[in-house]
Unconditional design. Structure first.
Ligand code: ZN
Ligand code: CA
Length: 382
């Protein structure tokens, strides 16, 4: 009887402060273990590897839709890529809100995410794989979204692409991910409910700024929750203070547990999107290490490149998508760019100060040349 009351109490207290399951990665891991699909052959980390400051991560987004609402716009997808690029390069505007005691451990991961430029057959591609499905809503851990024969779509070569599946997840799960080296390759990647993918300002839910993507991709690169193991503090990072339990909502600082102030603004906690805005130095190192140890083929591929120029010098700039409809993304900022038409006439001349987006929606369709850092890139405006 006492046990029964405990269950009732536990159920009530959890549901009272969280209507959503912020992340199901830990639960998914248990399901995979029970199916015998989880293996974790931890490789020796490559700590002696010299780190570059920037790595390009090629991304394919699979949009599984049964209704038009689920078939989210290109802009939503670009906004997710933009959020990832801001958050993984410490360029997000909220960083100034990091409390003083945590400012010296702010981590800059240095990953630049790009939508892949070619499909599996080598044809020009915008990185967005839209697939109609008969499935109205996918059962979270059934893996149906990752299997074409179950109404989903098979992963693209998981060695060479970060696969992001966007679909309707039934229940209240926002998303889940697989840790590196832990699962058969056909399951490897990140799943996010369509409501929580990208920036969706017309939504009033507090998970509308693309941070589910930032969080889940953190797992994909081997990060644990900051509250994992509670006060015994096992997330393999000394610079994330021990946290007794997940933090929901948007707490004011300071809030303490386990005898230290909580880093509730860490992306690997459970706060609202607007209230999580930092990785730590250790988390950044851990992700870079995971990339170089487990996922090095991601950066060996050239799937991010669109340059006309064969010279892949250090000045190379990634520009995507290409062909482009409205917004062109550059993986650098604080730079002057100009766009020339095929007659060499300058149609855009702009200094991009703190912005990686260039709106070219007003240009007529056709071929253009983008000039940046003394190089020319061919752009197809669709
Ligand atoms: Zn998580
Ligand atoms: Ca820690």
């Amino acid at each position: 009887m006492r046990f029964f009351i405990f269950i009732l109490f536990a159920t009530f207290s959890i549901s009272s402060f969280s209507q959503v399951q912020r992340c199901s990665t830990d639960e998914y891991r248990e399901v995979l273990k029970s199916k015998g699909l989880y293996k974790y052959n931890k490789k020796e980390p490559l700590f002696n590897q010299s780190y570059s400051t920037n790595y390009d991560i090629p991304v394919v987004v699979h949009v599984l839709y049964n209704t038009e609402e689920q078939n989210i716009s290109d802009d939503r997808i670009y906004s997710q890529i933009e959020t990832l690029n801001n958050d993984y390069n410490a360029l997000n505007i909220e960083l100034e809100n990091v409390p003083e005691e945590f400012q010296n451990v702010i981590g800059n991961v240095g990953f630049s995410f790009c939508l892949v430029q070619e499909d599996l057959q080598g044809n020009p591609f915008n990185g967005i794989n839209r697939v109609y499905t008969e499935i109205e809503s996918f059962q979270g851990f059934s893996d149906g979204m990752k299997k074409t024969d179950q109404g989903g779509v098979d992963a693209w070569d998981t060695e060479n692409y970060l696969n992001l599946w966007v679909c309707d997840l039934n229940g209240n799960t926002l998303g889940f991910a697989t840790m590196p080296g832990s699962v058969p390759s056909y399951l490897d990647g990140v799943v996010i409910d369509y409501l929580y993918f990208g920036v969706n300002l017309s939504s009033s839910n507090p998970y509308n700024l693309g941070r589910t993507g930032t969080h889940e991709v953190g797992h994909y690169f081997n990060l644990e929750h900051t509250f994992y193991a509670g006060c015994s503090d096992w997330d393999d990072c000394e610079d994330t203070p021990a946290l007794a339990s997940p933090t929901y909502g948007c707490p004011s600082y300071p809030q303490a547990s386990c005898s230290s102030n909580d880093m509730t603004m860490n992306y690997m906690d459970y706060t609202n999107d607007a209230c999580m805005y930092m990785f730590t130095v250790c988390q950044a190192d851990r992700m870079i290490d995971a990339l170089l140890t487990y996922r090095s083929n991601l950066i060996a591929s050239t799937n991010c490149s669109v340059s006309l120029d064969e010279d892949m010098s250090s000045n190379h700039v990634n520009i995507y998508p290409n062909p482009v409809a409205d917004i062109l993304y550059l993986d650098i900022y604080n730079v002057s760019v100009s766009i020339l038409d095929i007659y060499g006439r300058k149609v855009i001349d702009k200094h991009m100060v703190n912005n990686r987006q260039l709106n070219i929606s007003f240009l007529p369709s056709g071929t253009y040349f983008l000039s940046v850092r003394d190089k020319m890139y061919k752009i197809i405006k669709g």
